[in-house]
Structure formats: C-alpha cells, structure tokens
Design a protein around this ligand. Structure first.
Ligand SMILES: Nc1ncnc2c1ncn2[C@@H]1O[C@H](COP(=O)(O)OS(=O)(=O)O)[C@@H](OP(=O)(O)O)[C@H]1O
Length: 265
C-alpha cells in the first residue's frame, strides 16, 4: 500500500503536540475510535470534527502533508504503520497515541470479508487462501504479529493509551470515559452516555452510508467478538495459537490481549 515515495513524503510530515494518533493493525476498530474521538472533540469544543482529507496518514503524498500543516488542531491521524515506520515527529513532539488492538482471529476474519466484499480491491479465492497469506504477512500492512511485537515495548509511555476492541464491546461507556480522560477532555456522565449511544455498532452501521459512502456497510459488517469460530478450522486454530505463543505469550501485550478469553474455546 505504501511506496518508497510515500515514506519519503512521510518524513516531511510534522506532527503536533496536540495531534491524536490512532495506531492499529487493519480491522481492529480504527473507524470506531475515530468516531468516538470526533464525538469527544465535539462535546468539548462544539466544533464538528470534519476530516479535511482521507484520515489514514500513510495514504498520501508530500502535497497532502503540506496541506495538513493548515489543518486546525486537534488533528486525528489514523495509521496502520508499524511502530518503527511512524514519522519520528510523532514521538519527538509527544502527540497522544491511542493504540487499538483486537484479537488476531477476529481481525483476520474481518480482513478477509473486507477484501472479498469491497469492489475495487483484490479478493481472495477462499478463507484458507487468505489465512495462509495472513499468517505469512503477505497482506496489506504486513503481519499482525509483527505489528504487535513492534508495539509491545512501547505501550507504557505517558503519551500512549492501549485500547482493546473487546473491552470496548464489553463496556463502551467505560472505554469512552478512559479515552476522554487520556485526551484530557472532561465530560459529564450524561455526555459520555450520549456518545456511547451514538457509538454502538448498530448506530454506526445505520449511518454508515452517510458517513463512509458505498463502502460503509462493508466497513461496519458485523461488529462482533468471536466471529472467527465460523471460519477457523481446528488446524488453523492450532497454528494461530502457536504463533501467539511464539510471538506474544509472556509479554505485557500478550496479557493485555486476553487471548485465552477471546481466542480459545
Ligand atoms: N461501533 C462499533 N462496534 C463494534 N465494532 C465496530 C464498530 N465500528 C466498527 N466496528 C468493526 O471494526 C471493524 C473494522 O475495523 P477498522 O475500522 O479498523 O477497519 S479499517 O482497517 O479501517 O478498514 C469491522 O469489524 P467486522 O464487522 O468484524 O468486520 C467493524 O464492524
């Protein structure tokens, strides 16, 4: 998805202290958090947050990064780039970073459906074929486990907040409150409640064509935890469990992902 020109252009990108970065592997809920953060900005400023351009940071060129200099603060920058590929100014200028994770099995299933449902992007012949490519990292933005390993040592920084998709599903209002506190936004319980009603899967899917155009209903597909059980074979389960053990078991991110709760049984 990114050419060497993209990375050269990204080097010219100047992050601001009050930028809000949403870092996630694809299909982990980036559009969900983007919506929540936009609603939080609206609640505290009464300014509707409008994305002046396509919000994925790395989908751009040097002209986009020039134009972004004129965008009002706070800017929301979504990215699927691995930690070591992020523009250094994000860290130097201490932008706030929300790192969003989702269990790798549901992430893979969501990724397959996205490829196969959305016209104009490559589709895969079968789930088995996609699974093989996903495990090898031969999919857009590379291997889930490389993304995770890359982030593992950087989740405890002052400017970093870890968010688990499954936690948000379990208690959306609590998750929104934590995000608000991390961003330094002070909201009443009533405001948090209003945002959580607007941020459920059903509410977002119902508006998806207005908010995201024709791709909306594919982007807001099912919004569930455990959909992997409909596609994974026993052998694929074992392979993913092994990979998790090899890459993340015993690490702080491994514990944060609550793999046993969401990927087994
Ligand atoms: N409000 C809400 N509640 C629960 N789940 C939600 C919500 N909004 C988006 N989603 C689900 O997130 C998945 C899409 O992830 P991303 O937005 O990161 O996709 S993308 O990488 O930007 O294309 C995709 O998951 P799947 O439904 O499993 O495919 C979306 O449905």
């Amino acid at each position: 998805m990114c050419t060497s020109e993209t990375f050269q252009a990204l080097d010219t990108f100047e992050a601001r202290h009050d930028d809000i970065v949403l870092a996630s592997y694809p299909k982990c809920g980036s559009n969900w958090i983007l919506h929540i953060v936009s609603e939080l900005i609206y609640a505290v400023s009464k300014k509707k947050y409008k994305y002046p351009e396509f919000p994925v940071l790395e989908c751009g060129d040097s002209e986009k990064y020039q134009r972004m200099k004129g965008f009002p603060s706070p800017r929301i920058l979504a990215t699927h780039l691995h930690y070591d590929k992020l523009p250094g100014s994000i860290f130097e200028n201490k932008a706030k970073i929300l790192v969003i994770f989702r269990n790798p099995k549901d992430t893979a299933v969501s990724f397959l459906h996205f490829h196969n449902d959305v016209p104009d992007i490559p589709s895969y012949g079968s789930w088995d074929e996609f699974f093989r490519q996903f495990m090898k990292g031969q999919v857009s933005w590379g291997r889930y486990f490389d993304f995770a390993i890359n982030w593992n040592k950087h989740l405890d920084g002052d400017n970093v907040k870890f968010i688990l998709y499954e936690d948000l599903k379990e208690n959306l209002a609590a998750g929104i409150k934590q995000i608000a506190e991390f961003l330094g936004f002070f909201l009443t319980g009533e405001q948090i409640q209003t945002i959580s009603v607007q941020s459920t899967f059903q509410a977002m899917r119902a508006k998806s064509q207005d908010t995201h155009g024709a791709v909306g209903p594919f982007l807001f597909r099912k919004g569930e935890v455990g959909d992997w059980k409909n596609l994974f074979s026993e052998i694929q389960n074992q392979e993913m469990d092994e990979k998790f053990k090899e890459c993340l078991a015993g690490t702080s991110l491994g514990a944060k992902l609550k793999y046993e709760s969401y990927c087994q049984g």
